[in-house]
Design a protein around this ligand. Structure first.
Ligand code: ZN
Length: 307
């Protein structure tokens, strides 16, 4: 069986959040535009968080404005609270993704309130958006859906409950994120299957980190559970302040390669991605990039079949 799979780039936000060097807006815009030209219709371009906390995203409004000039690109901005959501929409973001954590401890550390309070905040954001920016696509992401480095286990029941709540409050897409790389393929399959039975009217998406080497196996497991939307970061950039030693997101180039090798259609140019990764190396000289395809190169039968 073969089908279309959407791979979304989250490098400009999730990938850069731990990068100390503040990347110039010019370079971010160039990265986003080059990546869009390789077939990416969805890119998470920035985050509206207080610049005092994360100076990397002090240029969020400008990045959104620049990304919006790329035709056919849905540039999305991540937000954690009302203030961020308002700024994102005022800056012209056509899509926002609100993040909360299934783990109480992670939510407290990240946004200093309970998960229930974050749900209430989402409700207020939806109300404000409905009134001022009814066209904006509002997604919601549940961080630590597969475990938490502060709390340990996260109840699958809680994740399902939160997903159902967010869908009911008007989220048009729900992302389950393995923020700290605790998920394993069997768990991923079970969680997505269960939630997929519960939520049938809103698409589910998966966000995996390769912290413990299970990133792509988790993608394969989620595919089996009928998930067709995946987040990834070029060069496996990224990490989490609460996951020490984390290697980062699953690498976009490896993810696209695996999906294409399995016969799925991502409509993304793999070789173009490897070229773009070389640019990323030049743009971020102090960062170690991850992923295996860049060194190994695609298999010869892959090249023949995709030619
Ligand atoms: Zn992430």
């Amino acid at each position: 069986m073969t089908y279309d799979v959407v791979v979304r780039e989250v490098g400009p936000w999730d990938g850069l959040q731990l990068v100390k060097q503040v990347v110039p807006t010019e370079i971010k815009a160039e990265w986003i535009s080059q990546q869009a030209s390789l077939g990416f219709s969805n890119i998470e371009v920035t985050s509206f968080v207080p610049p005092k906390l994360l100076p990397q995203f002090g240029d969020a409004a400008e990045v959104v404005r620049r990304a919006n000039s790329t035709s056919d690109l849905v540039a999305s901005a991540l937000v954690l609270n009302m203030k961020g959501a308002q700024l994102a929409m005022e800056a012209g973001a056509r899509k926002i993704c609100f993040v909360l954590s299934a783990s109480e401890m992670h939510n407290q550390s990240n946004v200093r309130c309970s998960t229930d309070q974050s749900v209430e905040m989402f409700q207020k954001i939806k109300a404000w958006q409905g009134e001022h920016y009814p066209e904006t696509f509002v997604a919601a992401a549940i961080a630590t859906s597969f475990g938490c480095s502060l709390q340990g286990d996260v109840s699958q029941y809680r994740v399902t409950e939160l997903a159902a709540l967010l869908a009911e409050l008007g989220a048009r897409e729900i992302v389950l994120a393995d923020t700290v790389g605790y998920g394993n393929p069997r768990q991923v399959y079970n969680v997505f299957k269960d939630i997929g039975r519960e939520i049938t009217n809103v698409p589910l998406a998966a966000h995996f980190h390769d912290t413990r080497g299970m990133g792509l196996a988790n993608v394969a497991a989620a595919l089996e559970a009928d998930i067709r939307i995946f987040d990834a970061a070029l060069g496996g950039l990224g990490g989490c302040p609460f996951a020490p030693g984390a290697t980062g997101n699953i690498a976009t180039e490896d993810t696209v390669y695996m999906l294409e090798a399995m016969g799925m259609h991502t409509h993304i140019d793999v070789n173009g991605l490897l070229e773009l990764r070389k640019n990323l190396e030049l743009w971020l000289p102090e960062e170690t990039l991850h992923g295996t395809l860049a060194n190994a190169k695609p298999a010869i039968n892959f090249i023949r079949n995709s030619a």
